[in-house]
Design a protein. Structure first.
Length: 237
């Protein structure tokens, strides 16, 4: 078996004096969808923010494509091939849809292929092409989520981190978003999904990690984990 695309070994992360992640280790194989699930406050978003360079571990290592990336800035992480779709979408409200997408292609490598990647993004999300000259603040919540995903795609990532992409959206919109995530993955892009929704996460993923109180407490393929094991790990019972 080859090397994993992402390998995290024994990281601890603090917010000031608060110990947010405890001895967390996980591996993400290339071209898979990996779900990280857990209750609110379990440490899921902290883990994504650490992978993407927003936070730095106090100990342990993070390797991406066999290269240690501890201490990279978010910009440097994007240049290495890691993009993030943040919780709450965080599109730039006073910029148009097209301007938001172009911001995603700010690395030198991405700028060279911007037009081709923009065309592919529009194929994946036709509504973004239709709304390309609208301010992003005028989009619906689902359209803003599509824009956030499209912006992440513009850097041509090897790995996309999705943080709570279904939050606050209607069921039909969520279904549509997850269909697009599967399409993105089918094209060879690896995905890490953070969700509170257990069933949706299990259905979407090839592998699952369950977090509780800043620790990984269960890991496996969805087909190998029983509902009882998942319930106990999720709720810490």
């Amino acid at each position: 078996m080859g090397h994993p695309l992402l390998r995290i070994q024994h990281i601890d992360v603090f917010y000031g004096d608060f110990h947010a992640l405890w001895d967390v280790s996980l591996e993400v194989e290339e071209a898979l969808v990996v779900s990280i699930i857990g209750a609110n406050g379990a440490g899921k978003s902290t883990l994504l923010n650490t992978i993407s360079g927003v936070l730095r571990p106090s100990q342990g290592t993070i390797e991406f494509r066999q290269k240690k990336i501890n201490g990279l800035t978010p910009y440097e992480a994007v240049a290495q091939g890691i993009s993030m779709v943040p919780e709450g979408r965080r599109v730039f409200p006073r910029l148009t849809v097209l301007e938001n997408l172009e911001i995603g292609a700010y690395t030198p490598a991405a700028r060279k292929r911007k037009d081709d990647v923009l065309k592919r993004t529009y194929e994946l999300f036709p509504v973004l092409e239709e709304r390309r000259n609208q301010l992003s603040s005028t989009l619906s919540g689902g359209e803003q989520q599509m824009l956030a995903i499209g912006r992440a795609l513009m850097s041509e990532p090897k790995l996309i981190l999705f943080d709570e992409i279904s939050l606050g959206l209607a069921p039909l919109v969520i279904k549509n978003i997850y269909q697009r995530v599967r399409q993105i993955n089918a094209e060879g892009i690896t995905a890490v999904l953070v969700e509170q929704d257990i069933q949706r996460s299990l259905k979407a993923a090839h592998e699952v990690y369950i977090m509780q109180s800043g620790k990984i407490c269960l890991h496996g393929k969805p087909s190998e984990l029983t509902q009882e094991e998942i319930r106990k790990a999720y709720f810490g019972l």
